[in-house]
Design a protein around this ligand. Sequence first.
Ligand code: DQQ
Length: 534
Amino acid sequence: SASSQPYRTSYHFQPPKNWMNDPNGPMIYKGLYHLFYQYNPKGAVWGNIVWGHSTSKDLVNWTPHKVAIYPSQPSDINGTWSGSATILPDGKPAILYTGINPLNQQVQNLAIPKNPSDPYLIEWVKSPNNPLMAPTPENQINASSFRDPTTAWRGVDGRWKVIVGSKINRKGLAYLYRSKDFVYWIKAKHPLHSAKNTGMWECVDFFPVSANSPVGVEMSVLGSDFKYVLKASLDDTKHDCYTIGEYDHVKDRYTPDEGSVEGDPGLRYDYGKFYASKTFFDSAKNRRLLWGWLNESSSVSDDIKKGWAGIQAIPRVVWLDKSGKQLVQWPIQEIEKLRVNPVHLPSQYLKGGSVVEVPGVTASQADVEITFKVSDFSKAEVLDPSWTNPQLLCSRKGGSVRGSLGPFGLLVLASKGMQEYTSVFFRIFKGQNKHVVLMCSDQSRSSLNPDNDKTMYGAFVDVDPVHEQLSLRSLIDHSVVESFGGHGKNCISARVYPMLAINEAAHLYAFNNGSEAVTITRLSAWSMKKAHIN
Ligand code: DQQ
């Protein structure tokens, strides 16, 4: 129940109990969305990994199915790890995933539906040819760092291509394999891409984005209207980092655009907690959707006590920003059907040092959008040129540290007496020749329980506050706050575990802890209904 389980989410995907990590094999098949996930059927910690499985008509409500893929042959007897689905030309799906063999080597396997006319794809059969890709003395692949095959794509030469993450010493890379029949795979001489000093690349993802439109595209598009995104989940820092670049379809080489930073720090999908993510092309709505795992920030013993760990972020639509230099993400529109009891506050002046409550919403389960207008920049604090690390800047200047233009934003999951709150806010600085916007998510006061990781998160947002208003949206769901700044130019997800600000005792406020006034031009909040999840 809600009172004994105050941290269970109401509209974020999670299994009824136990451990969940990476999203696997997302796809749409016969009009149904499928999500598989790394799952421990035996407990709330990582281990005994199988593929949990659920389907949905709307990406909001989910029906559970039996475990789809589990250890059953030598090539996966010690674990069925992450992988991806590919829709073949005949419309049927195929799954490539990593198996752990009896020697504890990582190898790549194929599974196909037993009965493709079943839209639920309940039963999966494994290829008798498994493993299809494996480390050998000849190929010199590191057998403990060779995993997580992507969705495959068909090249201009008619052959299938797929990439698998790895490392050679400190160099992270994506091995490329080619096949004529999806069963017999040959490793290419060159990886698709590699980058020095980035460590192991887990859960690589590689996909095209339209250069001039937010419409999503599938893997096999050709031409100059598309850029490519290569994402790696960096095992060293547990961050999902990406670059934007070009893909040479003939040489099968990816080249990041000039000026793009490889590895960490670099561009991230999310500057909070968000890992092992994966996209897929939603052919029903022509969009590219992103799934990502939000791990707990609580202690292992608290996870065991509550009996579960891990949720999935609300699926996000991903597209290329007009600048061509970064992605933009926005929660799927479908989630808005859970919105009830809208509260719209009138446009108002928010004086320095003020707090306004947003009344009438269930603040522990809400969706809120707020937009700020700043008119006077004369008092903006000067950005010290040494302040290049936004997360560090956020930790030095948390929500309770007064500034001039900011901090202003939201106090979410707040207790009545403010013993607990999570603040999500902006600060505006005067940079060299423009204003710089910092967005932070400050968990330091989120809970009276000292056993949680309360690291502050932050990033610079590429918006010009002189010409644009500053928008912030937060999806609040008991123990998660997913925040989107600048209409999705910047995302920060946080896991928090208040002890007082739970269920009906949670409150929501807008605040301005700067000395200068700002104007709230829009504040809309909704209570969120509970979704049917598993
Ligand atoms: N999780 C899986 C691996 C992957 C890692 C194992 C990323 O396949 O590299 O559960 O979180």
